[in-house]
Design a protein around this ligand. Structure first.
Ligand code: GRF
Length: 210
């Protein structure tokens, strides 16, 4: 099966980006990362991209003055590679409506909680721990105009341990993200995700007869 062109948007560490690149290298993911975009010049994830030979584009808000102008610049850069899918992997900015509209149904995000609990900001792990839940996890979902609200593609549960800190819990959640996000991309690449209202149906693998 052929691979789909994808773009990955990051703001930080880039461990999810690394997981995607690793799966591609191992031949387990039918995608190719055509572009990595960061809204932060100092994001360590930019190095991850460069070391893998992937083109990077940095657009900071300060440089463009407004989120609209900044995201328009990102959109223009994305248009050049025509991604089939835009992956938000730790991108800490809310997408403006014209961005979502341009790639409607083709943007996914990974969030470190079991949505709809503890969504809405970057502190999902800390808030789950403070709340005292015994199970949290991560969610991969389609992106719509609202924050962390689009149809859910996949979720994984992570138990909270007695002695967990935000760091230890976040690390175990990230491990799950590193499986879930590449899997969601693969399901998308295989055309197996069907959105029906809020529900995302995952079609069985199509077995071709030879
Ligand atoms: C992940 O925990 C993701 O859920 C959240 O930001 C973090 C990104 O981590 N949106 P990394 O940059 O991929 O290491």
């Amino acid at each position: 099966m052929g691979s789909i062109p994808i773009a990955v948007l990051i703001s930080g560490r880039g461990s999810n980006l690394a997981a995607i690149l690793d799966r591609i290298k191992r031949g387990e993911l039918s995608a190719r990362v055509e572009l990595v975009v960061s809204n932060r010049a100092e994001a360590p994830g930019l190095r991850v991209a460069q070391e893998a030979g992937v083109r990077t584009f940095v657009a900071t808000r300060r440089e463009f003055g407004s989120r609209e102008a900044q995201q328009r610049a990102i959109l223009e850069e994305l248009e050049r590679v025509s991604p089939a899918l835009v992956v938000l992997a730790g991108f800490d900015q809310v997408l403006v409506p014209f961005f979502v509209e341009r790639f409607r149904g083709r943007i996914i995000n990974v969030h470190p909680s079991l949505l709809p609990s503890f969504g809405g900001d970057m502190h999902g792990v800390e808030r789950a721990l403070d709340y005292g839940v015994k199970v949290t996890g991560c969610t991969v979902h389609f992106v719509d105009e609202n924050v962390d609200s689009g149809p859910i593609i996949l979720q994984a549960a992570v138990p909270v341990m007695e002695d967990d800190t935000v760091e230890s819990l976040a690390a175990r959640i990230r491990e799950q993200e590193h499986h879930l996000l590449p899997l969601a991309i693969q399901l998308f690449a295989e055309g197996r995700l069907i959105v029906q209202g809020r529900r995302v149906r995952i079609l069985d693998r199509v077995v071709s007869r030879s």
